[in-house]
Design a protein around this ligand. Structure first.
Ligand code: PLP
Length: 397
């Protein structure tokens, strides 16, 4: 695979050697259970505490807010279902304590139709099984949820708002501090899925009650994620058992992957400002070259407020699948959108929610650059795409 250009880091970023090296002692010699009170448990317990503190520092939050999970999907489930049910349990308890004086539990959730499946399916579960209601705020055609639209959607019975920080398919970045503040003004909890923002956008000072991350987007191995949920917010756990992770997620902790995650996140954060500026310039040139070279191509998502490594297009005059195949032949790997739903040939729910015709949405191609991309590689990607497009245009003409 040497020489191939990998432009699908939104699906998985290359694993960092430092993350693996940091994890290795806890996969090999230091095998003890971090809950054990004897000598063998001590090292893993300290490593876990340290990893939690390091993640909290990057997020500008407290170590007690951090729950390690199996990935982004579980983190989203825990944040959304955990906080919604936690608030309900709390208000029931209050009602029992002070009969007649407490407002009925809030059971309305606000989200948007362009969220990741992990968010949408968690909300759907709450509506189907627990009788919550939901409002999906319609985003603008570039994927932006405006403050006005959010304010209009919040009701007196809204318990939680969940809006993504950076969209995985179209790269659009939300103004989380403003949206979180609006939710708080109405006493509503705010969650943001920051899986695609990590390593590219600031993760601290956002003002969210809960923020979720996945390790394999920042250079940790797959199978680790984080739900950072303020410790004072009641959370109903999804996994029950021995009470690990402050009772929020039972089960023996994956010490090695927690350490790998902390290491990868710290490195991604240390490189972030420099990488974002450099990659944004390469990405902008790539977008301009593609739009100039491919007849009918258009950018999806916001031209300005987007993650610096993200370029996504529809190619209505060709076929997205054909573009990808031709690029594969030329040594460039991209993707047709999200890799997060298994075996789906359907048009993207994100693009159709933005008003793009289902047939056109099926021609979408997403390029997400690694932080290591060079100017020369960026130019090569543009050239290859131009070559692929001209071969296909001849074929489709
Ligand atoms: C925005 C977003 N949220 C959640 C997830 C799910 O994360 P995981 O694959 O770790 O379960 C992804 C995966 O790509 C994602 O892009």
């Amino acid at each position: 695979m040497t020489g191939r250009l990998y432009l699908d880091t939104a699906a998985a970023a290359p694993v960092r050697r430092e993350a693996l090296e940091a994890a290795w002692p806890y996969l090999a010699g230091a095998f003890g259970n971090p809950s054990s009170h004897h000598e063998f448990g001590r090292g893993p317990a300290e490593a876990l505490t340290d990893a939690r503190a390091r993640v909290a520092k990057v997020l500008g939050t407290r170590a007690t807010d951090i729950t390690f999970t199996s990935g982004g999907t579980e983190a989203d489930n825990l944040a959304i279902i955990g906080m919604a049910l936690g608030a309900r349990t709390q208000s029931r308890a209050q009602a029992q304590g002070r009969a007649g004086t407490v407002a009925p539990p809030r059971r309305h959730i606000v989200t948007s139709p362009i969220e990741h499946e992990a968010v949408l399916a968690s909300v759907e579960f709450l509506t189907r099984v627990h009788g919550f209601t939901v409002t999906e705020v319609a985003p603008a055609s570039d994927g932006t949820v405006t403050p006005e639209a959010l304010t209009a959607a919040i009701r007196p019975d809204t318990v939680l708002v969940s809006l993504g920080y950076a969209n995985n398919e179209i790269g659009t970045v939300a103004d989380i501090p403003t949206l979180a503040r609006l939710a708080h003004e109405d006493g509503v909890l705010f969650h943001t899925d920051a899986v695609q923002a990590a390593g590219w956008l600031p993760l601290s000072g956002l003002g969210a009650d809960a923020l979720t991350l996945a390790g394999h987007k920042v250079g940790a191995p797959k199978g680790i994620g984080v739900a950072a949920i303020r410790a004072r917010v009641p959370v109903e756990p999804l996994i029950h058992g021995g009470g690990q992770e402050s009772g929020r997620r039972s089960g023996t902790e994956n010490v090695a992957l927690a350490v790998a995650f902390a290491t990868a996140l710290e490195l991604a954060e240390a490189e972030r400002v420099e990488a974002a500026a450099r990659v944004r310039a390469i990405r902008d040139e790539f977008i301009a070259a593609v739009l100039a070279a491919v007849p009918g191509a258009f950018l999806t998502g916001s031209p300005d407020a987007r993650t610096p490594n993200h370029a996504s297009f529809c190619f209505p005059d060709t076929s997205g699948e054909a573009v990808l195949l031709e690029l594969e032949r030329l040594g460039v790997t991209a993707s047709s959108g999200s890799a997060c739903a298994v075996g789906s040939d359907e048009a993207s729910h994100v693009l159709t929610a933005l008003g793009i015709d289902a047939e056109v949405a099926q021609t979408s191609v997403r390029f997400t650059f690694p932080a290591s991309i060079t100017d020369e590689q960026g130019r090569r990607a543009s050239e290859m795409l131009t070559t692929a497009a001209s071969r296909l245009t001849q074929r489709y003409a």
